[in-house]
Design a protein around this ligand. Sequence first.
Ligand SMILES: Nc1ncnc2c1ncn2[C@@H]1O[C@H](COP(=O)(O)OP(=O)(O)O)[C@@H](O)[C@H]1O
Ligand SMILES: [Mg+2]
Length: 341
Amino acid sequence: MAELRFETVSKSFGRIRAVRELEFTLADGEFLVLLGPTGAGKTTTLRLAAGLETPDTGRLFIGGEEVTHRPPAARDVAFVFQTFSLYPHLNVRDNLAFPLRAPARRMAEGEIRKRVEVVAELLGISGKLANRATQLSGGEMQRVAIGRALVRQPRLFLMDEPLSSLDAKLRETLRIELKRIQRDLGATILYVTHDQIEATTMADRIGVLEAGELLQLGPPREIYDRPRDVRVARRLGSPAINLLPADRMAELVPRAGVAKIGIRPEDIRLGRGAFDARVRQIEPLGADTVVLLDFRDARLHALCSGRNGLRTGQEVAFDLARERLLFFDARGRLVDSTDTG
Ligand SMILES: Nc1ncnc2c1ncn2[C@@H]1O[C@H](COP(=O)(O)OP(=O)(O)O)[C@@H](O)[C@H]1O
Ligand SMILES: [Mg+2]
């Protein structure tokens, strides 16, 4: 495995700046997830890493060697695409073996068989090796697609929303498996997704990507607790963070220059406290309930226990986890609340 480094890499398509001065290092053995909405530049970033696109400016390194102008075949990376395509006329065994039978590899059939079987075991598809690709469920097909990348034992893996076409239950299962496999193999993975759950559950570090720009890079906890600006704050958390105009809770604002107060829904404690609101809507989720509150001409989402006894229309007092509040200036940047300047 090997580290991957982007050094001020930019790429435009005509007037669209798909990736802007992207700079980060994916460490050897790390699982890095780039999280961003459609059009953020996720696929372009992976294609640049794979050598399927050439940067307009900037440089790329794999394992410390510059690869900016090297063709894909010379980079030793494996790409798992968003829409997986298996060879329908081949069985699972031959689909998995396919990348190993490339003439340039000249791998002995015995070695191919061994690698295919190890990977099939890892992915829980050993019983399906004789099946045709067309005789598989969606989840099995995607396991085979991931397996085709694994058998190659490349220096790094590039994965483009590989779970996005699967149903919720299967996504959850494969997410856990993929993380386990990554740990067991010590694999280096650059994974991109628009799904915040995938990002927070699998990533060692998350990079928040928006309009081609890397807004923040750090461990999931840090991205959640200390988002550097409102765009990052909104990217993680469900329901999303409340962004209240500062004048609605002027008593809590620590310093001049604060335009918005960021309040995570779980940091609103309903029942008693210094603030009064009215329950506008109740959305039971099972273990938790989302309560929409009318508060000083604004709306707040609160996350509370499923057994709360609240009714629509009632008055309710609340308090806040004050040490967890976030303050943002008019440009949306995090304001240091301990600095009273
Ligand atoms: N080959 C291309 N030609 C023109 N525009 C492109 C091409 N590839 C990507 N783009 C544009 O670049 C931006 C980023 O695209 P992409 O990297 O596919 O984003 P994501 O994968 O995050 O959805 C989008 O605005 C997209 O339309
Ligand atoms: Mg994409």
